[in-house]
Design a protein around this ligand. Structure first.
Ligand SMILES: C[S@@+](CC[C@H](N)C(=O)[O-])C[C@H]1O[C@@H](n2cnc3c(N)ncnc32)[C@H](O)[C@@H]1O
Ligand SMILES: *[C@@H]1O[C@H](CO)[C@@H](O)[C@H](O)[C@H]1NC(C)=O
Length: 246
């Protein structure tokens, strides 16, 4: 019964979003989404999202300096940097490499860099997190991912790359939205919105679980919590937050 309801409501939302589906069929939606809509949307969303998660982000990144290398430098790489929403939370002097497969965040990223002169920006790479071949093995102290794993092709592939580029003892920090408890109404709505949401928001999958992937990957230690971010009336309130050590 619940499944039939999901399918019916899903179909209703697909009807409402029909113009987007048609543009997609014509091959016009994805380029527009990547070039204009999604970078603009993320820039709009970031201030509000950072306000709601400021406490958690500060808490999460508090122990970043503990992972600095023996010369006291902290070499950090962000996957899916987008417009650089996390820069304000990194400690002074932190060396940052930005990576994202979509180069169209350029203007908001530059703005964010200019506002965070306490950091040293080293490189901006156009690369997906499944293939960071331009980054050497064991060359980083920290890798960060926020709101990225929902959109990658392969979570397992990304974690493998993260483990390759981290030094032994380096840390992977994450804050990701995830599937709500399967018995909840939130999960019901996530299933309803799933295909339309994914199409509109650049491949964002609402119903992924990351706990198993993180625990199965070869980290020596995984610290994680499930939290609720009060993004009222959105299907992205359930989050996973923490860090894993190589
Ligand atoms: C929702 S935005 C989040 C941006 C930023 N991390 C933040 O917290 O505001 C998702 C980002 O992931 C990027 N992305 C999509 N697929 C990716 C992949 N396979 N590897 C790395 N980043 C990816 C997108 O281009 C986009 O910048
Ligand atoms: C620490 O990082 C700095 C900056 O990247 C690098 O020059 C230095 O060689 C590193 N030190 C060690 C011991 O790896």
């Amino acid at each position: 019964m619940a499944e039939a309801m999901v399918l019916f409501l899903r179909f209703c939302f697909q009807l409402i979003a029909l113009p987007v589906y048609l543009l997609s069929l014509l091959g016009a939606w994805e380029p527009f989404c990547k070039k204009i809509f999604f970078p603009f949307f993320m820039e709009m969303l970031t201030a509000g999202y950072n306000k709601k998660t400021a406490e958690q982000k500060r808490e999460l990144f508090r122990n970043l300096p503990e992972f600095a290398n023996s010369s006291g430098e902290l070499r950090l790489l962000e996957i899916g940097t987008g417009s650089g929403a996390n820069f304000q939370f990194y400690p002074p002097g932190c060396q940052v490499i930005c990576t994202d497969p979509n180069p169209n965040f350029h203007s908001s990223l530059s703005k964010s860099m200019a506002q965070n002169q306490h950091l040293q920006f080293k490189r901006v790479l156009v690369a997906s997190a499944e293939d960071l071949s331009k980054v050497a093995d064991s060359s980083l102290d920290v890798v960060v991912s926020t709101l990225v794993l929902c959109s990658v092709q392969s979570v397992e592939g990304v974690l493998k790359e993260v483990l390759r580029i981290l030094k032994p003892g380096g840390a992977f920090y994450f804050l990701e939205h995830e599937a709500a408890a399967h018995s909840s109404w939130d999960y019901f709505w996530q299933q309803v919105y799933f295909p339309t949401w994914k199409l509109i928001f650049d491949g964002c999958c609402l119903t992924r679980d990351f706990r198993n992937d993180l625990e199965r990957a070869k980290f020596s230690e995984v610290n994680l919590r499930h939290i609720r971010v009060p993004l009222h009336w959105t299907p992205i309130q359930s989050h996973i937050i923490g860090y894993a050590v190589k």
